[in-house]
Structure formats: C-alpha cells, structure tokens
Design a protein around this ligand. Structure first.
Ligand code: BGC
Length: 772
C-alpha cells in the first residue's frame, strides 16, 4: 500500500494540513530547480523536526573517498557527490524571544503548493507559539529560470493577536554537510565572508576538487507594502553571516521580507571575480524587485510548457502525474551547459550522488529531443564527447588499449565512481547506450554534421572497446562476450547477455554505416577523424564485419525467444506471481544470493533491446519475447515499467500498458516505494514521458520520418502532446477515432499515421480519422 496525502490538481501539487511525518517526503516532492541549482522544499524558518537540508549546485561535486569492504584492483578511489551547499533560504523569526519553529508551534491551515505552470513554491499556515501568540504566514519562493544564479523569497506574516517586537534574521549558512558523507567529513572550507547592514556574502571552496562558490544576499522589509527603514545588527561565525532586524509589530499589519540570493561558482567565473559577481547579481535582483523577477520567471515557464506539455483528458491523476514529471525534468536540465547532466535524483536528494548514469542516454534524451531546441539534447551528447579522454583512460585502467573507451557507469567528470565489481567492470552495456543516443539524436534532428564533428570519434572508441571485449570461442565457433551484467542487475557475471551482445554488434554495424555516410557528405571531416583517432579503416572494417557475422546470440528455437543469457533456461521457470506478495520487493526481503539464482528480472533486459531495436523485429517476435519476459520481471528499478508500456502498446496489450503506466506516472507523488524522502526518480520521469508519447502516442522515427501508431488507453478521452520536429512544432491530439496535428512551427512536416503518409504545412491543422 502506498501513502496518498497530496491533492489531485492539474497544474499544482497540493498538500493541505500539517503532518510532520510527511515533511521529509514533501521536501523532495516540492523541490525547485532551474538547471543551474536546486533546492529541496526545506522551510525558510528554523525547523527542529526531521529534515534533509538540500541546496545543490549543478556540476559542483566532491570526490568522497570510496568505502568498500573488500578492495579490488580497478575500483575507483572515490565517488563524486553533488554537494549540499550554501543554505541561502534561511530566515529566522522570533517574537519576544520565542522562535517560530513549525515542529514546536501549533500549526493550522497548513497549505503547500508547487505551482508547476509558473514554477514556484507557496506555503501558507497559521502558527500558534507556546505563549499563545498567533501569526499567519505566506511564503513564496522560486529559483529563476531566467537569471539562473538567483533565488528569491517573499515571506509575509501577520501577527493576529499580538503586537510587540520581532527579530527577523536573514542569513547565509555555508557550514553544511552531506548526510551521505562516507567519513562524516565536511566538504566545504571557508574562503571569505563579509557582512554589513542588509547584505552579506560567504565564499567557500570544496576540498580536493577546489570548486569555489560565492553566495550573496540582500533583503528588504516592508510593513503593509511600505519599506521599513531600519538598521539591522550583523554577526558572523564560521562560514555564516547574518543580519538581525528588530522591528516593532502591530497586530493585524502584514510584514513582508523579500530575500534575494545569488549563488555563483568557479565553473562560470574566474575565482577572483566570484565575490563581485555574487554581490552585483544579488544587488541587481533587489533593485529589480520580487514582482519583476517573478513575472519574468513565470512567463519563461509558461513558454517552456508550450513545447513540453502533455494534456490527458479524462484522467486528472494521470494529468497531474505527467505534468509533475515534465516539470521536474525541465527543472533539472535546461541544456545551457554541456558540462552538466542529469542525476537519477536530480537536485532533490543525495542518493546516487547527483552523478550521471546511462539513464541519461537511454531514458532522458528522447524527452529533451522532442520538447526542446536541439542544442539541449546536443549538449547532453557533448557532455560524453568531452569525457571521451577519461573513458579511454578508464578502459586502459582495465587493460584495454589503442583508444578503446569504456564510459563510466556513474560519473561527474568522466571518471568512474561506481565501486561494485559486477557493475563497475561488468555492466558495460552502458557504452552501447551512449552510441545509441548519438543515433537517436541524429535521427531526430537530422544533424549529420554532428557525426563528423564529434559522434564518429566516440563511436570508433566504443567499437574498439567491443572488439577487444569479445573473444573467439573455439567451442562455439563464434565470438562471445563473457562475464557481463546486463541491465537486469539481478544477474551478475553472465556469459553472452543477449542485450549487450546485440548493442555491441549494432554499434559496429552502425559505425560502418556512419563512415559510409560521412564519406559522401563530409569527406574532409571524415579524413580528419581518421587522422585524429589513428583509424586504419580497411583493416578495422574487415575485423568488425567478421565479428558482426560471427557473434553469438543466445536463442531458444523451441519458444522462439532470445535468451537473456546463456543458461537462462536452466533456472527454475517461475513467474513474479509465484512470489509471496509479502516478500515483494524481493530486494528488501531476499538474500542477494537467492535473487541471483532466481529467474526474476529487475528491469527490462531483452525487452530493453527490443525497445531500442524494435524496427529489427516483427510484432509476433515482440509479442513472444514480451510474453516470456514480462511475467518474470519484478520491475524493481523505476526504469522498468516505461519500456513495458511502450512495447505493450505496440503489440496491442492495452491493459498491460495502462497497468505499467500507473506504476511509473505517479511513482513519487504516491510514494509507491516508500523512499521519496530520499529524492525524486528524475530519470524515470523521462521514462514516463516516453510511455505517453512513444507508448500511447506510438511515436517512432522510421527512416528519418515521424510516425504514429496511437493506442489511447480506454480510461482517457484524448491525449495531446507536442513534438519539435525539424522546424515544425507539432501539437498532436489523439482521440479514440482520429488524430489531429496542428503545426505551430515554420516548416512543413511530413509524418506517417498507421502506415499512411501525410504532410502538414506551417500554420495548418489536420484532422485524420483512423479508419478512413
Ligand atoms: C538501475 C540502473 C540505473 C540506476 C540509476 C539502478 O537501480 O538498475 O539501471 O542506472 O538505478 O537509476
């Protein structure tokens, strides 16, 4: 059973009523981000209850020394973690010595809202302090997506039954730590701080990585909308500065604190300029004022929605779920900087260290490709391009040579951070996802020059890895790939994982095609790539072709299904329904040994391959494999259900598709896994988007053309989504019996619907019945 405490609303996430037990969950769910920084929904005021303080800056990390029981050669020495950084939201309120603390005060009319349309967090409540003083509070904050180094707060309160003195403290606190610190160390060292009336700044440096971050604050106080002239007291301590304003309160008057913070890092400024930049930005924000900054920010969010919204008619919970997912994805990555990427928890918690996984390429890329200008997805690709050198070093550490690259399973700067041998050394299929992402990008955008400039170099390095990773089996007279872990992490050290073998071969095949294509279109650039990579074409292609033609692929001729790995049929052939429901999820109830020996599949594995390479298989084959594998799958990775929605929709299993959809769409809102307090499942949110657009919308790109094969769930009346497609902005609406395509862009677009081809001119709106 899962907990449901949030109201259903199409554009908002709403929590009504105060229950401290829900607060850690809400801190994740109501998180804000603007691609550059993120902030959990911690309270501005001091809070003595349970809370995970989280304020994160994209790309700023610390290499925490690895902690493992038994060291193995090749393990990385550290795990890069995104850091809890300066607490810039802090406001402390005290009334005649009594502090406002929601944990100790009596709270009524508590209301918390995440407004997804305009990108802000709102909170209202009435508090009664121990001595009976009552006040009404309304707090609004946002992280600007226009000025992405600025956060702003409007904190209003009204004393309901008292007058007298209030002390209002605005502070910056850089004396913070990560809960997941391996050795209970603090990761920041103070560099400088200064404080003066109505302003302050703190600068700190990360240990080891040397990132420097400056935060500056400004604030103003108003009574019933009029500025209050006052001179606050200032104070400072280690990595901390504060302004304390003492003001006389009048019962019934409304007091407003506007607090502005600028957070800038040495990723974007010379160290010597940081302090000035932070102060100048905070000052400019104060001058611009809360309303102006807010209006610009809200308008930018509304514009973002025009290319990324999904409208589900007839199912308000599904509507809220999908918008929440889109909102969080757009908060996490905005595509302005190729050094940034998408951690599985984004900026909403510490788990997974904020680092990059194969999730980005395998799950997130399609969302950004379809809903943002192409530079956004391109920057995700460039992130890996820039890390190619490290991927080559990583492969060298494991004994590979000659420019072979093994991209890391988990990384910040290109170096591997993961330290479980079965994943670090064996889960090498991630290399395939990185090649596939290049393919996906090019087929969506048509930007073939990317291949010449960057893509081919990566592909060659990955191909070199695959050709060295396979070996010839004299017994089988085939090439084999031994000792791997597929996407299904409930199997380790298997031989010939079908998915890994498939994606390896595909990479070789596609790279050969890319070389032929570039020879036609960009011969000089091709020659440059060959020179840069020292690539001996004829000899390599001969070798690759030999491997392609002779690679082993495990298959069961009786059932006519691909086998997840060699020996898969030796396992006790059970289905997930055979597991005692009290023992699910099995990863919390069974020993690891029992899980490994069992047949149960954590997440799509063979089916992941069939999803990527659907165009290689007919529907009957998809169905046979789906029928065989899905019942054995326990979906204990949040990345699993989406792949199943897409395949189930394709093969006409509508009920199954919808059942799987429900598991992904509201995973965090309804906290299915009782872990939302740790952060949101950002990368699986992209899977939810794929479920809707590629599953129910049936969107595919086949031979450079957009195609749709819709399969609307029974429960929905209609579904609308937008696809940016080569200069066109296509708003697609799927009804039970027809599809409408409106082209809001400036280029004609061609598309296929159920095997017929159409075109829609700029400004045109086309209605196509399904059974015409
Ligand atoms: C999944 C991986 C995934 C990781 C981060 C794991 O549970 O098995 O496929 O990359 O989570 O989302």
């Amino acid at each position: 059973m899962y907990d449901k405490y949030l109201e259903t609303n199409e554009w908002k996430i709403i929590e009504r009523g105060w229950d401290a037990a829900n607060h850690p969950k809400s801190e994740s769910i109501f998180s804000l981000g603007n691609g550059r920084m993120g902030q959990r929904a911690n309270f501005e005021e001091d809070y003595s209850g349970k809370s995970l303080q989280g304020s994160y800056i994209a790309g700023v990390y610390y290499p925490d020394k690895t902690r493992v029981g038994w060291w193995k050669n090749g393990y990385p020495e550290y795990f890069a973690k995104v850091l809890n950084s300066v607490n810039w939201i802090g406001l402390r309120l005290a009334f005649a010595g009594q502090k406002l603390d929601l944990h100790t005060a009596k709270i009524t009319d508590f209301y918390r809202e995440l407004n997804m349309r305009e990108g802000y967090l709102l909170r209202t409540f009435t508090a009664e302090l121990a001595d009976g003083k009552q006040l009404k509070v309304e707090a609004t904050r946002f992280l600007s997506i226009v000025e992405d180094e600025i956060g702003a707060i409007r904190y209003r309160f009204t004393p309901l039954n008292f007058s007298g003195e209030a002390k209002i403290t605005s502070y910056l606190d850089f004396d913070v730590k990560n809960e997941d610190s391996n050795y209970d160390e603090k990761f920041w060292e103070e560099v400088a701080k200064s404080v003066a009336p109505k302003k302050g700044d703190v600068t700190a440096r990360t240990k080891k990585t040397g990132f420097v971050v400056s935060a500056a604050m400004r604030y103003e106080l108003l009574e019933n909308g009029k500025l209050i002239a006052h001179t606050p007291e200032t104070a400072e301590r280690h990595s901390y500065v504060e302004n304390v304003a003492s003001i006389p309160l009048k019962q019934g008057s409304t007091y407003t604190i506007h607090k502005f913070a600028a957070v800038v890092s040495s990723l974007n400024y010379a160290e010597t300029e940081l302090l000035a930049a932070a102060n100048q930005k905070a000052e400019a924000a104060l001058k611009a004022g809360f309303e102006k900054l807010f209006n610009e920010h809200a308008a930018a969010w509304i514009a973002k929605w025009s290319s990324s919204d999904i409208i589900i008619d007839g199912d308000p919970e599904a509507q809220q779920g999908i918008r929440f997912n889109i909102f969080q994805l757009n908060q996490t990555f905005t595509g302005v900087d190729a050094r940034l990427n998408i951690g599985p928890k984004g900026f909403t918690g510490e788990k997974y260290g904020g680092s990059t996984y194969w999730d980005t390429e395998a799950y997130c890329l399609p969302f950004y490709l379809a809903s943002s200008e192409s530079h956004v997805a391109r920057n995700l690709l460039l992130y890996r391009y820039k890390q190619l050198g490290k991927a080559i070093e990583n492969a060298e550490k494991l004994g590979f040579t000659n420019g072979a690259a093994l991209y890391p399973m988990v990384t910040m700067n290109g170096e591997e951070c993961h330290n479980e041998w079965e994943i670090t050394f064996e889960e090498i299929h991630r290399n395939g996802a990185i090649a596939y992402a290049i393919f996906n990008y090019v087929r969506h955008t048509g930007d073939r020059e990317y291949l010449a400039d960057y893509g081919l170099e990566v592909l060659i390095a990955i191909c070199r890895f695959w050709t060295q990773r396979v070996n010839w089996s004299a017994a089988k007279e085939k090439f084999v790939m031994l000792g791997v872990t597929g996407p299904n992490e409930y199997e380790n050290n298997v031989n010939n994982n079908w998915y890994t073998n498939k994606i390896a071969i595909w990479t070789l095949e596609w790279t050969i095609e890319v070389i032929a294509l570039l020879r036609e279109e960009f011969p000089e650039k091709l020659a440059d790539v060959f020179a840069r990579t020292n690539f001996q074409e004829a000899e390599k292609i001969k070798k690759w072709t030999h491997i392609i033609q002779n690679m082993y692929s495990p298959y069961d001729p009786e059932r006519q299904v691909f086998l997840q790995q060699e020996g898969f049929l030796d396992k006790e052939q059970l289905n997930a329904t055979d597991i005692n429901p009290a023992e699910r999820p099995i990863n919390q109830h069974w020993s690891w040994d029992r899980i490994l020996r069992s047949i149960f599949i954590k997440q799509a594995d063979v089916l992941q391959g069939m999803y990527f390479f659907e165009h290689h298989y007919d529907k009957a084959s998809l169905r046979r494999n789906f029928d065989f594998y899905e019942p054995k799958t326990v979906h204990e990775s949040s990345l699993s259900p989406c792949v199943h929605v897409i395949l189930a929709s394709r093969i006409g299993y509508q009920d199954k598709a919808y059942e799987m959809y429900l598991r992904t769409a509201r995973l965090d809102l309804d906290d299915y896994n009782h872990e939302v307090h740790e952060g949101l499942h950002i990368t699986s949110m992209a899977g939810t988007w794929m479920s809707v657009v590629q599953g129910f919308g049936g969107m595919r790109i086949i031979k450079s053309k957009l195609h749709f094969e819709p399969a609307l769930p029974e429960q929905w009346k209609k579904l609308t989504f937008t696809i940016l497609w080569r200069g066109a902005r296509l708003v697609i609406t799927i009804f039970k019996d027809r599809m409408e395509v409106a082209n809001h862009g400036n280029q004609t677009a061609e598309f296929g619907l159920l095997a017929r081809l159409f075109s829609v001119a700029a400004g045109e709106n086309k209605l196509i019945p399904f059974n015409e």
